[in-house]
Design a protein around this ligand. Structure first.
Ligand code: NAD
Length: 500
């Protein structure tokens, strides 16, 4: 049976792609193709860039207050359609409906932040920086901005980017993951309904051809990327080479350090959600526990009993804790990692391989998996698995735990579980990671703070949303002003002017 075919969104309307290439969009719980998406061609993306460029001057000159009112209407529509967006995210990604609803809500919170544009875009002013001289700064939009997003948050990660870029007066082209295109296309329709002028927001699902067109096109001024580390590095290098500003967020291996004084039931519950929520396909998932001192045996027992109780099934079924992973290929990769952990001598405590979900024989399921006695040389420690696999390393001291976290190439998020304020304070000070939780397992900052990691988890300087998002999507201009009285108009001087 032929499947429905999606379109691109260019200049405020659904637009047929000129590409002859299509990708299958699956329902991972059923293991079936549910629709097809065009992979935007270079010509398609160039058309989107031309429309975004044409729309820029009028949008730049629209007052921030008016932009903010359109964003406010968009927020209302997102709330009205929250369940629909969550359903699309769950259907194409596999995560549970409840989890998908939470992630849509976290995206809406970025829109709420962006509604503050009139206040956020205020510059600074200083009177009398020199005698009779004033100075003020302005934050101005940069032009056509582009965003490239991963499969694991179909609505939230795009919303880390485009609401702020657009609130700042830019126009935007979103290249969502070809695996989960529907949320982005639906959000574009809602934004138009909210009153956004045509051309300000465009969506071009695609693959490398679409991405490379954005990275190299002279009319694109900035690239925001979220995805895996090798692609983030490529995006950063290529876009920077073509003169663009770039923020490229990469992969992760997030550690939870558990000290012997931690409240263990609370800690085990927190780690469960952080490790296995969204089948481990979260960039802030806790994938590694570093158990300090004698806490390991007790903690592993609690983790095992909880992991084995998790209900695995389709994300739209009530009572299901964990859905499938994104694709058959990704499931096989995760199973390959579990095999390698066994071969390299880690202790497999709970084995998620070969799980059967009744009525979903073709679904891409991996059950919760727990390894103990993992060492830092093993592949399951060194590489990002991005699945429901939690590993436990045992160390003797907090010093050793901090050294392990700081030696890892990834540095997105981390957490410490302890009852000691002194240990927590030392941890937050010495740990070389972008986002830190203290008795908080997934420390995703709220929209009015900024989101981003360090080291191989972020290439570029500025994090997403919060004030760093505003700075990324604007250029600062400083204006120095003098209105001299006639008697002050003296002759020219060739020396370096000094004020004061
Ligand atoms: P991915 O890197 O495979 O894809 C991300 C985007 O890049 C997609 O839009 C994809 O179409 C595009 N892409 C893929 N290969 C490309 C290529 N060769 N050239 C140009 N573009 C290409 O990532 P994914 O599998 O969609 O997402 C999972 C990854 O994203 C994980 O590594 C996860 O940790 C990471 N992630 C990071 C964050 C963060 O905030 N740091 C958030 C979410 C996900």
């Amino acid at each position: 049976m032929t499947k429905p075919i999606l379109q691109l969104w260019i200049n405020g309307q659904r637009t047929a792609s000129r590409s002859k290439r299509f990708a299958d969009v699956s329902n991972p719980a059923k293991g079936e193709t549910i629709r097809q998406v065009p992979l935007a061609s270079r010509e398609d993306v160039e058309a989107a860039i031309a429309m975004a460029k044409a729309a820029f001057p009028a949008w730049r000159d629209t007052t921030p207050l008016r932009r903010s009112r359109i964003l406010n209407k968009f927020r209302e529509l997102l709330e009205t359609h929250r369940a629909e967006l969550a359903q699309l995210a769950s259907e194409e990604h596999g995560k549970t409906l409840e989890d998908a609803t939470g992630s849509v809500q976290r995206g809406i919170e970025v829109v709420e932040f962006a509604i503050g544009a009139p206040h956020l875009l205020k510059g600074e002013h200083a009177e009398n920086v020199g005698r009779g001289v004033d100075c003020h700064s302005m934050l101005q939009p940069i032009g056509v901005c582009a965003g490239i997003t991963p499969f694991n948050f179909p609505a939230m990660v795009p919303m880390w980017m485009f609401p702020i870029a657009i609130a700042c007066g830019n126009t935007f082209i979103l290249k969502p993951s070809e695996k989960v295109p529907s949320c982005s296309l639906r959000m574009a329709e809602l934004f138009k309904e909210a009153g956004l002028p045509d051309g300000v927001f465009n969506v071009v699902p695609g693959d490398k051809e679409a991405v490379d067109t954005l990275l190299m096109h002279p009319d694109v001024r900035s690239i925001s990327f979220v995805g895996s580390t090798p692609i983030a590095k490529y995006i950063y290098e290529t876009a920077a080479h073509h003169g663009k500003r770039v923020q490229a967020l990469g992969g992760a291996k997030n550690h939870a350090v558990v000290l012997p004084d931690a409240e263990l039931d609370f800690t085990a519950d927190a780690i469960m959600g952080a490790a296995y929520g969204s089948a481990g396909e979260r960039c802030m998932a806790i994938s590694t526990v570093v158990a300090v001192g004698d806490v390991a045996d007790k903690l592993v027992t609690k983790l095992k009993s909880r992991a084995e109780k998790l209900v695995v099934g389709p994300g739209n079924k009530k009572g299901v804790d964990m859905g499938p992973v994104i694709s058959a290929q990704h499931r096989d990769k995760i199973v390959g990692y579990i095999d390698s952990g066994v071969q390299q001598g880690a202790k497999l405590v709970t084995d998620g391989r070969g799980i059967k979900v009744p009525g979903h024989d073709k679904g891409f399921f991996v059950g919760p998996t727990l390894f103990d006695n993992v060492s830092t040389e093993m592949t399951i420690y060194r590489e990002e698995i991005f699945g429901p696999v939690l590993i436990v390393l045992r160390v003797a001291s907090l010093d050793e735990a901090i050294n392990i976290v700081n030696a890892n190439q990834y540095a997105n998020g981390t957490a410490i579980f302890t009852a000691s304020g002194a240990a927590a304070r030392r941890f937050q000070n010495e740990i070389e990671v972008g986002m830190v939780g203290i008795n908080v397992p997934i420390p995703v900052p709220m929209a009015f703070f900024s989101f981003g990691g360090w080291k191989s988890s972020l290439f570029g300087d500025l994090h997403m949303h919060g004030m760093e998002g505003v700075y990324f999507y604007t250029r600062t201009k400083a204006v120095t002003t003098r209105w001299p009285e006639v008697e002050e108009r003296s002759g020219s001087t060739l020396t370096m002017p000094t004020l004061g």
